[in-house]
Design a protein around this ligand. Structure first.
Ligand code: NAD
Ligand code: UFG
Length: 357
């Protein structure tokens, strides 16, 4: 989509990936309105996005399930596309609070789609996840993982992503005006090179890089490495496909451009397609620790502990579909991401918040 007078609504735009994407949209000339219930984020992120882009970003602190409030935003702005980041995302927490996950993720998505339909908004890009593939070692020769890989999520969080993908597929089948891009992210890491926006996890970080950064800055003593006995890994630790969050953000602009250029091939139906967004390269936990140490000069003390429930050996993307069809590929390295994460961390040791008393 060429930037127009119309708006892109970024749902979940105060969060980690949404804030970086809102910035890339603004820098490319799009007009952006952000909605977010701030359950896992800070309005300060949106303010800083505006500061970096040199403009004020309209922001509404609303929950997607609040239909009246959402409707009022759609009534106020001429919206041409929605980027849908809003949802709960912690795999472990989802096993404890499954109903919260279904309610927020699935309920929020349905409310959003109904409001889009009411206001005839024709395009949506949805944040799905590599977690929809589950443990792909159940198949032979499925790594790197292509989009055709059968799905098989293993947590309530993953199930919500699959259900939302199904809902989007059905909605696109029923509505010839609707175009849907499903982006299955692998492991986004890093921060904006300015050091002004980045990931700000609440409480103990679940994810590897934020945890490493908090060890390096002295907020936590040691990293726990969850298992070094994975057969099929060069050093026994699991492989993931890490990509810089700015590359991931740019993937959304590529998806919007794609939705603008495609037409449904089935009469009477809309358009929907899935793309993996990853680098195509797997890295082990030890390789990431060493990359961070090399990029920052810090030493990360760690202990090897037991495996984390639900972890799988290898989630590495086959990214050729996005490379060819979206004309998108990663441009930044893991070293770039580690350097930018460290810059963000040293400039904001307590994220967007203040140091606790
Ligand atoms: P995040 O938690 O930083 O951002 C999500 C945002 O959505 C938060 O700001 C939160 O406050 C908001 N939100 C949650 N529920 C809401 C609701 N019902 N109504 C309105 N706002 C709501 O997470 P992120 O890492 O930026 O992830 C963005 C999206 O990408 C999520 O959907 C996530 O599942 C998906 N994803 C993330 C990763 C990852 O590793 N970070 C990987 C794959 C997929
Ligand atoms: N790890 C540790 N110690 C930690 C944290 C993580 O050893 O303190 C290891 C994990 O065992 C795993 C690797 O680091 O081997 C990456 O773990 P993350 O938690 O950073 O990422 P995951 O791959 O488990 O999950 C993330 C998102 C999911 C998404 C998935 C896609 O949290 O939502 O990437 O690949 F689906």
């Amino acid at each position: 989509m060429a930037p127009t007078e119309k708006y892109v609504l970024v749902a979940g735009g105060a969060g980690y990936i949404g804030s970086h994407t809102a910035l890339e949209l603004l820098l490319a000339g799009y007009k952006v309105v952000v909605v977010d219930n701030l359950c896992n984020s800070s309005e300060e992120a949106v303010r800083r996005v505006g500061e970096l882009a040199g403009c004020d970003v309209p922001f509404y602190a609303i929950d997607l399930r609040d239909k009246e409030a959402l409707d009022a935003v759609f009534a106020k702005y001429d919206i041409d596309a929605v980027l849908h980041f809003a949802g709960l995302k912690a795999v472990g927490e989802s096993t404890k609070l499954p109903l919260e996950y279904y309610d927020s993720n699935v309920g929020g998505s349905i409310a959003l789609l109904k409001t889009m339909a009411k206001h005839a908004v024709p395009k949506i890009v949805f944040s799905s996840s590599a977690t929809v593939y589950g443990d792909v070692t159940r198949f032979e020769n499925m790594i790197p993982i292509p989009e055709e890989c059968p799905t098989g999520a293993t947590s309530p969080y993953g199930h919500t992503k699959l259900i939302i993908e199904d809902i989007l597929r059905d909605a696109a089948t029923a509505d010839s005006n609707l175009k849907v891009a499903i982006l299955r992210y692998f492991n986004p890491i890093g921060a904006h090179p300015s050091g002004r926006i980045g990931e700000d996890p609440l409480g103990v970080p679940n994810n590897l890089l934020p945890y490493i950064a908090q060890v390096a800055i002295g907020r936590r003593a040691r990293l726990q490495v969850f298992g070094d006995d994975y057969v099929g890994s060069p050093d026994g630790t699991p492989l993931r496909d890490y990509l810089h969050v700015v590359d991931l953000a740019k993937g959304h602009l590529a998806a919007l451009a794609k939705l603008d250029s495609v037409a449904s091939t089935v009469p009477g139906e809309g358009y929907m397609r899935e793309w993996n967004l990853g680098s195509g390269k797997g890295s082990t936990v030890f390789q990431i620790i060493h990359a961070f140490e090399a990029a920052t000069g810090k030493t990360i003390p760690y202990d090897i502990v037991g495996r984390r429930a639900g972890d799988v050996l290898n989630l590495t993307a086959k990214a050729t579909r996005a490379n060819k069809e979206l004309n998108w590929a990663v441009t930044l390295s893991i070293e770039d991401a580690c350097r930018d994460l460290w810059h963000w961390t040293t400039m904001n040791p307590y994220g967007y918040g203040k140091q606790p008393e």
